[in-house]
Design a binder for this molecule. Structure first.
Ligand SMILES: NC(=O)c1ccc[n+]([C@@H]2O[C@H](COP(=O)([O-])OP(=O)(O)OC[C@H]3O[C@@H](n4cnc5c(N)ncnc54)[C@H](O)[C@@H]3O)[C@@H](O)[C@H]2O)c1
Ligand SMILES: [Zn+2]
Ligand SMILES: [Zn+2]
Length: 420
């Protein structure tokens, strides 16, 4: 049961689980949704139906909605989620209604909806920089569904989703709900696009050597994207068996940090394979991707977080004149910062190493508008099957249990997708 609190209307709209009882459908009024209640507590409640609110909105009936490692930053009480927030930002579904100003989207269309919603027409959106949309969130740049600090938009772990600026945010996909591409297409909402974005941040080119830290869905799909882009060697570091197994399935080389320093392991693997003539000094990798973020495990004390662990490993491993792409989240507000970090996101970084090597470092949320349709077409033509990373399916009622497993990274859960 959610406590009565005051918050943005859209977040708390009609939330009264006690009165309605879980699973009850109110005529024209209530839908089931996954709601953040408190630290490590989420529930399935009846909330007011999502509706078309603005003329440019669409209402989407969700067929699949994925859980994400990003949700865990809120789940763990780190990034200030308000109780009552409807969670979820990775939806695939079918358009049910559209507002009178929507021109290209019609009821019945199967669509994937990118996490980071955007207006589609502002200065940044016009340049494909939709994660920095100037209009989606009055108090900042860019926005997301069901996410603390990312605007008033309710989440997608629900039966229905209101999609603002529908012409820009409803990405059409072929086929029918539940067909062979359901898991592939749902990953276009965030994980595949973010994995690809990470390879863009790191400027991965044909022939590169690449190391990805983190073999969660984002890291796995960054490794997969690096292979699609023609990298010659791709290593992916983690400390969880189920995830390391997936690395191998995707065609990359798993590196288990429980067996020792991953930087030395990767240098050792490269040396054993033999360096190209005259390139012995390039014993690291050309491109490094951080798909872990601020909740990185300390490799020496794995029950603890060390927020600078991956950045310092990346600085050691990257080759001279290489690049580092940071897609793992480093929040501007961390309610419970760990040693080495501050509440406002300051972190000590080995600047000297980066400068000495002449390394380029890029950060940030994915610019969905740039990549979603191209990656969709790789799926449709059979060149990409990102759905390989999905390990668990369920219903909305299973989400509290699935978040528990995801948070402990146990039970073999890598990516979970539920169908409302
Ligand atoms: N930039 C974006 O637009 C964007 C979008 C989605 C997710 N993200 C972020 O990307 C990150 C990964 O997301 P995910 O869904 O894959 O999360 P996840 O939590 O499932 O995966 C993180 C993985 O990192 C591993 N890990 C922890 N410490 C490590 C270390 N020191 N070295 C190597 N691996 C380590 C964990 O074992 C885990 O498997 C999160 O921070 C998430 O918030 C960013
Ligand atoms: Zn996500
Ligand atoms: Zn915009």
């Amino acid at each position: 049961m959610v406590m009565g609190r005051h918050g943005p209307r859209d977040l708390l709209a009609g939330l009264d689980a006690g009165a309605l009882g879980s699973g009850t459908r109110m005529e024209g009024g209530a839908m089931k949704a996954v709601v953040y209640e408190d630290v490590r507590t989420v529930g399935v409640h009846d909330v007011e139906d999502a509706t078309v609110e603005a003329d440019s909105d669409a209402l989407v009936r969700v067929s699949s909605s994925a859980l994400c490692g990003s949700d865990l930053h809120m789940y763990d009480g780190r990034t200030g989620a308000i109780p009552g927030l409807v969670l979820g930002h990775e939806p695939l579904g079918v358009v049910e209604h559209v507002g009178p100003a929507v021109e290209t989207v019609t009821p019945g269309m199967r669509v994937v909806v990118p996490t980071h919603l955007y207006c589609g027409t502002c200065h940044m959106c016009a340049r494909g920089l939709s994660a920095s949309c100037l209009r989606a969130r009055p108090e900042g740049l860019g926005a997301a569904y069901g996410y603390a600090g990312m605007g008033p938009y309710r989440g997608a772990l629900a039966e229905l989703l209101r999609v603002p600026w529908a012409d820009a945010n409803c990405i059409r996909v072929p086929g029918e709900p539940g067909d062979e591409h359901e898991d592939d297409f749902v990953l276009l909402a965030d994980a595949f696009v973010t994995g690809w974005h990470a390879t863009t941040l790191a400027d991965v080119r044909p022939g590169d050597t690449v190391a990805v830290f983190g073999a969660g869905p984002v890291g796995l799909l960054a490794a997969y994207s690096a292979l699609l882009r023609g990298a010659r060697e791709v290593y992916c570091v983690d400390g969880i068996d189920a995830r390391l197994d997936k690395v191998g399935e995707l065609g990359a080389t798993p590196v288990d940090f429980r067996r020792g320093d991953p930087v030395e392991q990767i240098r050792g693997l490269r040396a054993r394979a033999g360096f190209p003539l005259g390139q012995e000094k390039l014993s690291g990798v050309d491109k490094v991707i951080d798909a872990v973020g601020f909740q990185a495990r300390d490799r020496d004390l794995t029950d603890r977080e060390r927020p600078d662990q991956v950045v310092s490993d990346a600085a050691r491993l990257v080759n001279p004149a290489g690049a580092v792409g940071i897609a793992g989240v480093y929040p501007q507000l961390d309610l419970d910062p760990r040693p080495g970090a501050t509440q406002d996101g300051q972190l000590s970084v080995p600047w000297g190493t980066f400068f000495g090597k002449g390394v380029t470092v890029r950060f940030g949320r994915t610019h969905d508008r740039r990549y979603t349709t191209s990656l969709r077409d790789l799926i449709v033509t059979g060149r990409a099957t990102p759905g390989m990373v999905v390990t668990h399916h369920g219903r909305l009622e299973d989400v509290p249990r699935l978040y528990r497993h995801l948070d402990r990274r146990d039970n073999g859960v890598v990516k979970a997708v539920v169908s409302p």
